[in-house]
Write a protein that binds this ligand. Structure first.
Ligand code: CDP
Length: 789
């Protein structure tokens, strides 16, 4: 670590690009993932999947599979019914999902049976021998045909309709009246396609029921181990104290590893029945076809404005495809997540949004893929529509934005859809981006190129996020309030251990959590062990997703450290032989007021806490804090993409991409930059390559990495990044989340740039992904229309 001029370790850790503590372990292949756990007598589980998207399940014949040497058991939905585990609640609370199909299957690849065998290979071979008799049924392939209710999918539900729920917020009549009298309106249907986080490591579990001790240990890919422990206890009746969840190293989660999936449940049931450990490791195809899809919102966005571009009203009506079960992991009171952030960074006088969700014959999900529960959809809707409006007004899209931003003096700002934005300073952030990218020069270059018939585009996205779920009065998952927690123990020699209710999947918590404590206590960040993901040791927390870790657990860590500092003050006074009121915390140590040469460091205090405690105080130096955030945090950014489109082939070259992010106080700028690079790469993939598509018969079209593309270093553009810093006024050290901002903000910038390039051809919008073929076809269609005219 770096040192100060007096040779002491540099204790002031906040804001320093400290190298990631966890990286040597990963670089040297010493990470420990679920599949690395091999226990004595362990068996392996493979799942039998339905080839049909909708069919009656007439019979399951396991006899051939059971004959294969090494096969121990075949588990079906009927077996689970006997154990009262055929259905489990989804994380949305009011719906349930089948674990293994009973009666019928509702989507292609649905889990139908589980085969347990002595090796993974035998289990998979035997899965192919399970003979299932299906009777195909009519398919509901999209939410618009679901609306007719001709084929009812969920006959297990009381209401015989495919409609799941209606949700709305805002002032409908006033919004419609304002739209009716606006000078200019735009109205477009924008589809945010179904996509998938596709983490490098798919889901997996090793379930180990020890019948001698009665303890169930689950090594699992879990972004929320404590919540999973509670769910397992509620569903199985096993006392929570006898359930131990260990979430070891995780190779990416992005929301995919929040829900409870059938593979986890079947492996657990198998271990409970057989009394030996059972491992299930998902295949890539299983991951893409059955778990954790994201988005799939069809959004009708309408904006009204004056002729000179002052925004008058926003209305967004969404039709949502939830697949066969409503398993969207949203807080109970927010069935459409944080979609109400769709007014974005703009001061709309009035707004209204509503949403209708439908069951279809597709896999369940609707997870918050690197996004605070539907913020990405909302951000795309508003940022894309602002460009459509600018085009209609004949106004520069940057000027339209600058004219309508919520001003700095309006914060805390109550949006017409109910959120109270904590802080922001949008104008200067966009102006910084415009200057840095050389916006005026680029527009001049574009004008020149247009004269020559060349297609160059510039796309802007100035998004606002809402992260840090969340205040307990509004936020819960299945009733569990969304606080988070930290426990810090300082050892006698000034090192320590930090435990948190979060669970990183690559975000670098082992580094940044130590930096927070180091900053608060003046200790060496490299002398802290950070432990997450073990429910026997970590304090109860709601886990890591939706960029909630820094706003919630980061705050809990700071508050726990401050509790330690309060106790340390008593010990400092004792050591300095002065009254407590006479010591002050300054320059990362306790000093006697007015006599700074008389001081003690936290390391000295830690030693005294165990060797020379202050009379009347408890020995030791540790604290626990449960933090209930007073509000969400509202990070924001200004992104600009510059693209060139080849008219003949439809191929798009992202020439430049600048991301200016504002996540308040930054703990580690290197980690933040890494988060932004990763999220931009995902946003790029969504904009140009990725869709989990289905044909009209309900067949999934993107079932592996040759059909669902993940960008390599070759396709990925060079990212330019910078920042502004607008601290959160309510967070203990002013931080907002950042992990998801680039995924939330970037798709609109890419699409805006491509459509800007194509606008001279009269092209108004193309739905993502903007594949080369789609762009090529749009250009040809536009040319054909012009030729006809
Ligand atoms: O919940 P999750 O960890 O995915 O997201 P996050 O809170 O946005 O944090 C992602 C990583 O960036 C963590 O290691 C944070 O501590 C770090 N970060 C930071 O250094 N400064 C911030 N203001 C926000 C996040």
């Amino acid at each position: 670590m770096s040192t100060t001029t007096d040779g002491m370790p540099e204790r002031h850790a906040m804001g320093k690009p400290m190298k990631r503590t966890e990286d040597p372990r990963f670089i040297e292949g010493r990470g420990r993932y679920v599949d690395d756990f091999t226990l004595p007598n362990m068996l392996h589980l493979a799942i039998v999947h339905s080839p049909y998207p909708h069919a009656l399940l007439k019979n399951i014949d396991s006899s051939e599979a059971l004959k294969l040497p090494g096969v121990v058991a075949v588990i079906t939905g009927k077996d689970l019914e006997a154990a009262k585990l055929a259905w489990i609640p989804t994380f949305h609370g009011y719906d349930k999902q089948m674990v293994l199909a009973v009666g019928k299957v509702l989507y292609q690849y649905q889990e139908v049976a589980g085969v347990v065998a002595t090796s993974r290979e035998v289990a998979h071979d035997a899965a192919e021998l399970v003979n299932v008799d299906y009777e195909p049924l009519d398919v509901v392939a999209d939410p618009f045909s679901a609306k007719t209710d001709k084929t009812i999918l969920r006959d297990d539900r009381e209401n015989k309709t495919n409609h799941i729920y209606h949700w709305e917020v805002g002032e409908k009549d006033k919004t419609e009246a304002a739209l009716a009298k606006a000078d200019v309106t735009v109205k477009d249907r924008l589809w945010f396609q179904r996509c998938h986080p596709a983490p490098l490591e798919p889901c997996g579990i090793v379930a180990d029921m020890n019948k001698a001790t009665g303890r169930l240990t689950l090594y699992m890919t879990s972004q929320a181990p404590h919540a999973h422990r509670t769910v397992v206890s509620l569903v199985t009746g096993i006392p929570e104290s006898n359930i131990h969840i260990i979430s070891p190293d995780i190779g990416g989660g992005f929301g995919n590893k929040v829900p409870v999936y059938p593979g986890y449940v079947v492996a657990t049931v198998a271990s409970v029945i057989l009394g030996v450990p059972v491992k299930w490791i998902e295949t890539r195809t299983e991951n893409l076809t059955t778990t954790g899809f994201a988005r799939d919102y069809h959004m009708d966005v309408e904006i009204g404005a004056s002729k000179d571009g002052k925004l008058a009203a926003l209305k967004v009506s969404t039709t949502a495809d939830h697949g066969a079960f409503d398993a969207a992991a949203d807080p109970t009171k927010y069935p459409a997540g944080m979609f109400g952030i769709c007014t974005g960074s703009y001061d709309f006088p009035v707004a209204f949004t509503d949403l209708d969700a439908y069951f279809t014959n597709k896999a369940p999900g609707g997870i918050a893929y690197r996004c605070s529960f539907r913020v990405t959809e909302a951000s795309y809707a508003i940022e894309r529509s602002m460009d459509i409006l600018a085009n209609k007004l004949g106004m520069d899209p940057a000027q339209l934005r600058l004219k309508n931003f919520v001003r700095k003096d309006q914060f805390p700002y109550k949006s017409p859809l109910g959120f109270v934005y904590d802080s922001g300073d949008y104008g200067p952030t966009l102006e910084k981006a415009l200057k840095q990218i050389g916006y005026d020069d680029l527009r001049r270059e574009q004008a020149e190129k247009r004269k020559r018939g060349e297609l160059m585009g510039i796309g802007i996205s100035t998004f606002t996020e809402v992260v840090g779920a969340g205040p307990s009065k509004h936020f819960d998952i299945m009733g569990l309030k969304m606080f988070d927690s930290a426990e810090i123990r300082i050892h006698p020699t000034g090192s320590g251990i930090i435990r948190a209710g979060t669970k990183a999947q690559g975000q670098g918590h082992e580094t940044t959590w130590a930096q927070i404590v180091a900053e608060e206590l003046g200790l060496d960040p490299q002398k802290f062990l950070v432990e997450e993901g073990d429910t026997d040791t970590a304090p109860y927390g709601l886990g890591t997703y939706a960029s909630r870790s820094t706003p919630v657990a980061g705050a809990a860590i700071a508050m726990a450290a401050r509790k330690i500092r309060d106790k340390a003050r008593i010990i400092a006074a004792h050591l300095l032989e002065v009254a407590e009121a006479d010591v002050e915390w300054k320059d990362y140590k306790f000093q006697v007021k007015g006599a700074p040469q008389k001081s003690v460091t936290m390391a000295q205090i830690a030693f005294a806490a165990y060797t020379n405690p202050a009379p009347g105080t408890e020995p030791g130096l540790e604290a626990t804090y449960y933090y209930d955030p007073p509000n969400m945090t509202f990070p924001f950014g200004a992104y600009i993409a510059v693209v060139d489109v080849d008219k003949d082939t439809g191929s798009v070259n992202v020439r430049r991409f600048l991301a200016i992010d504002d996540c308040g106080t930054i703990i580690n700028p290197m980690i933040v930059e890494g988060q932004i690079h990763g999220g931009l790469t995902e946003g790029f993939a969504i904009a140009f390559m990725q869709e989990i598509g289905y044909d009209k018969d309900g067949n999934c079209l993107n079932t592996n990495f040759t059909e669902y593309l993940v960008p390599t270093a070759l396709e990925t553009p060079h990212w330019e990044t910078d920042k502004t810093v607008t601290p959160s006024p309510h967070h203990p050290f002013g931080a907002k989340g950042v992990g998801e901002s680039p995924n939330v903000g970037s798709p609109a910038a890419f699409v805006n740039a491509v459509i800007d390039a194509l606008s001279p051809l009269g092209i108004r919008h193309i739905d993502m992904p903007l594949t080369r073929e789609k762009v090529w076809r749009a250009i040809r269609d536009a040319e054909a229309t012009t030729a006809k005219a």
